[in-house]
Ligand binder design. Structure first.
Ligand code: UN1
Length: 498
């Protein structure tokens, strides 16, 4: 059934409204069974250059289209995504591995973003204010930046793309998009929808290829005015350095080392559900995944017992099959990284309670699977408690007080998401104030961000920008201050005020 959903052998780039065949290709692999799904082009800097020129021309016209009219196209896009939600979700599971239910949730995130940003077409508010001189008017408006470059990861290949593309488009920009080569089908599906929805050519362009060729060419292109990137810290820092030298605006959404805090008064069953869902959903390959559990000593053993009981029941396998709750790891390199961290954890003295091994699934022999894994007795200085594993691995860190829990949470170099389970209202308010992350949950796991709130984090998680929410518009617009003097004479600011 899924095979029929994708009827081509090789994905084309989508440049200036044309489906452009590639010259060189790499294979896209289904992580659930190791089988090839389709070819994806490996484009080069010339492809990027051609695309940017087309995008520039298209953007000039688009910027003059009233935003409520731009919005009509976004509404169409949202509607088409809604109609095709199931098909898109199946293709997402095929290329990414996450279970179908989660894939549907991810597509929904994109639909929500389309309608939310379409609504912005009738807002995009600026500010009017008072001028300091008589017969003078002052206001500030958002204006588009021009051509924006977006570089998206494989773990949320459609949701994250919409967080960046839709605010960019509604604000009057053109987009050059390089999706991850592991998950290019979502870009193909979204580009088809944009074309059908009536988006003028050249406004959304998809250029497939590696980070070192296409990504690099985008980052260095003088006519791409913003780079919005979600991915690894290593690449993010390289992008920041290159953009910094060009005084180019950049927005980075990088790693996380997110914790669930479980206090002694918590509803432990609820905490267990929250931990399992946010640690093992998408096989732990979320920036927001719970990879640390900071637990009060008084309930540590009880919590461990309950977690172990639940973990035993988790069915791992091909995400398209019924009853599977955890799918595969994206690829061999992802598996190797997880295995490396299991060894690091053991050598550091963390105690492995369950898991820790690659899994073979009889129905999907050549897939990349890993057991849901639980370490305990980790300490905050261990690498397993500090570094991002990007897999289904939890480390339990025991503490003796609320203050110690907050300190443990904040001890990492990242600051994306955190969570606390407690029924003490004073602790709730203290925690939301003192947890040093961009997202805080109370009595819920570390995942589940909604698109109309800002998504992003503090410290090593990024450079202070936010994806999604109204705040995403700040990445894709410049503020312009406008003064209209209708006095008919020269009025000097700061001087003629007395
Ligand atoms: C990511 O992991 O990069 O809150 C995105 C969540 C999802 C988005 C995750 N809504 O986990």
């Amino acid at each position: 059934m899924t095979k029929k959903l994708l009827k081509i052998e090789s994905l084309p780039n989508y440049i200036d409204g044309s489906w452009t065949e590639g010259n060189e290709f790499t294979s896209v692999i289904n992580p659930a069974n190791g089988k090839k799904i389709v070819n994806v082009p490996l484009s080069n800097d010339e492809d990027v250059d051609v695309t940017v020129k087309a995008a520039q021309a298209a953007q000039k016209k688009w910027a003059l289209v009233p935003a409520p009219q731009r919005a009509e196209i976004l509404y169409n896009i949202g509607q088409l995504m809604k109609e095709r939600k199931d098909d898109i979700a199946r293709l997402l599971t095929l290329e990414n591995g996450k279970v179908l239910e989660e894939a549907r949730g991810e597509v929904q995130e994109g639909i929500d973003m389309a309608f939310y940003m379409a609504g912005e077409g009738r807002r995009l508010f600026g500010q009017t204010t008072n001028a300091e001189l008589p017969d003078k008017f002052a206001m500030s408006v958002r204006s588009p930046v021009g051509v924006v470059g977006i570089i998206t990861p494989w773990n949320f290949p459609i949701a994250i793309a919409t967080w960046k593309t839709f605010p960019a488009l509604i604000a009057g920009n053109a987009v050059v998009w390089k999706p991850a080569t592991e998950t290019p089908i979502m870009a193909y599906e979204l580009a088809k929808i944009c074309e059908e929805a009536g988006l003028p050519k050249g406004l959304l362009n998809v250029v497939y290829g590696s980070g070192s060729s296409v990504g690099d060419a985008m980052v260095h292109h003088p006519d791409i005015h913003v780079i919005s990137f979600t991915g690894s810290n290593e690449t993010g820092i390289r992008i920041a350095e290159a953009c910094g030298r060009q005084l180019k605006k950049y927005s980075l959404e990088l790693g996380g080392k997110n914790a669930v805090i479980v206090m002694e008064d918590a509803d432990l069953d609820l905490a267990v559900e929250g931990i399992i869902w946010s640690a093992y959903g998408t096989s732990g390959q979320r920036c927001t995944a719970c990879s640390r559990v900071i637990v009060h000593e008084d309930v540590k053993e009880k919590l461990e017992g309950k977690l172990l009981e639940q973990i035993k029941t988790l069915k791992v396998g091909n995400g398209l099959e019924d009853g599977i709750v955890m799918g595969p790891i994206i690829n061999e390199a992802g598996l190797e990284k997880i295995k490396k961290y299991i060894e690091i954890g053991k050598n550091e003295g963390a105690r492995l309670l369950t898991g820790g091994n690659e899994l073979s699934i009889t129905s999907s022999e050549d897939g990349y699977y890993f057991e849901p894994t639980l370490f305990t007795d980790a300490t905050i200085d261990m690498r397993i408690a500090q570094e991002e594993v990007f897999g289904p691995v939890i480390s339990i860190i025991p503490v003796n007080s609320f203050d110690e829990a907050i300190e443990a949470n904040n001890s990492v170099s990242y600051g994306l998401s955190s969570s606390i389970f407690t029924n003490d209202v004073n602790r709730v308010y203290r925690a939301q104030r003192d947890l040093d992350t961009g997202i805080v949950y109370v009595n819920a796991g570390t995942t589940g961000a909604e698109i109309h709130l800002p998504f992003g984090g503090t410290k090593g998680t990024g450079n202070g920008h936010r994806d999604s929410g109204i705040q995403a518009l700040d990445v894709f617009t410049e503020w312009k201050a406008i003064y209209v003097d209708y006095s008919g004479k020269l009025q000097r600011a700061q001087i003629d005020v007395e």
